[in-house]
Design a protein around this ligand. Structure first.
Ligand code: SAM
Length: 236
């Protein structure tokens, strides 16, 4: 991967950035995503945010090496702290857990007022993001799922709007599997949830041997529900 050729995962994230965006890429690491978009003249400007010094230095070096310092600013700080209100209109946060992405958005809420689009790529727990979007008035517009080098990634795109419009029926099920993804049932989707279903079954069987506390029973009930949901679309 370099700033001319992204991974398929980051290329998919990039494809959702509106042309001419003022972008913030939070947790940018090597700043590959903003550099790629700036080189192709697809964005107006970008801020690459990093909380850790090593990746911050890598991002700064990459931006300089690509001669993009006039378009991309690299800033060190936690989440959206690196932004001034109104500075960007699109935010990408990719390659972290869903709970961390949701906590970055929650902590940085004040910086989201003029942001039009969020493009979020959780490695796990996309449900944490779907819940945060609903609670904060963001409408899920599109979802993608892809497999690369043995890992399966989800991408969520949201804009301000009706937070429940994507969830016409079976909201709890759609929160877990993704309201768009569940209707498409692509290979990566089927593979991801087949692996998860097998894990849930294994845990369920282990809990069969555990003491019957309220907590155990609740866990089993939750797993039973999720296994049933998955088996509505997975081959047995
Ligand atoms: N976004 C790139 C990608 O998708 O390939 C890099 C992903 S890398 C696995 C995650 C990066 O997020 C790390 O460089 C880490 O330092 C950064 N990070 C984690 N928490 C952060 C936070 N609260 N604010 C800013 N950056 C953060």
């Amino acid at each position: 991967m370099n700033t001319d050729k992204l991974s398929n995962r980051l290329e998919m994230v990039a494809s959702f950035v509106p042309v001419g965006a003022r972008l913030a890429d939070i947790g940018s690491d090597h700043a590959y995503l903003p550099c790629y978009l700036a080189k192709k003249n697809l964005i107006d400007s970008a801020i690459a945010g990093e909380v850790v010094e090593g990746p911050f230095v890598s991002a700064s070096k990459q931006v300089q090496a690509d001669g993009l310092s006039n378009k991309i600013t690299v800033r060190m700080g936690n989440g959206l702290d690196v932004l001034q209100p109104g500075e960007v209109d699109c935010i990408t946060i990719a390659g972290m857990g869903g709970a961390l992405i949701a906590s970055i958005l929650e902590r940085g809420k004040a910086k989201l007022e003029n942001v039009k689009r969020l493009i979020l790529q959780p490695n796990i727990s996309a449900i944490s993001i779907r819940l945060w979007l609903i609670e904060n008035g963001w409408e899920l517009l599109e979802e993608e799922i892809l497999e690369e080098e043995g890992k399966i990634y989800e991408i969520l795109v949201a804009e301000k709007g009706d937070p429940l419009s994507a969830y016409s029926n079976e909201k709890d099920r759609s929160l877990l599997f993704g309201p768009f993804l569940i209707t498409r049932q692509q290979d990566a989707f089927m593979k991801k949830w087949s692996i998860e279903r097998d894990n849930w079954k294994r845990i369920y069987e282990q809990l069969d041997h555990a003491a019957n506390t309220v907590e155990t029973l609740q866990k089993k009930q939750d797993l039973f529900q999720k296994i049933n949901w998955a088996e509505e679309f997975l081959p047995q």
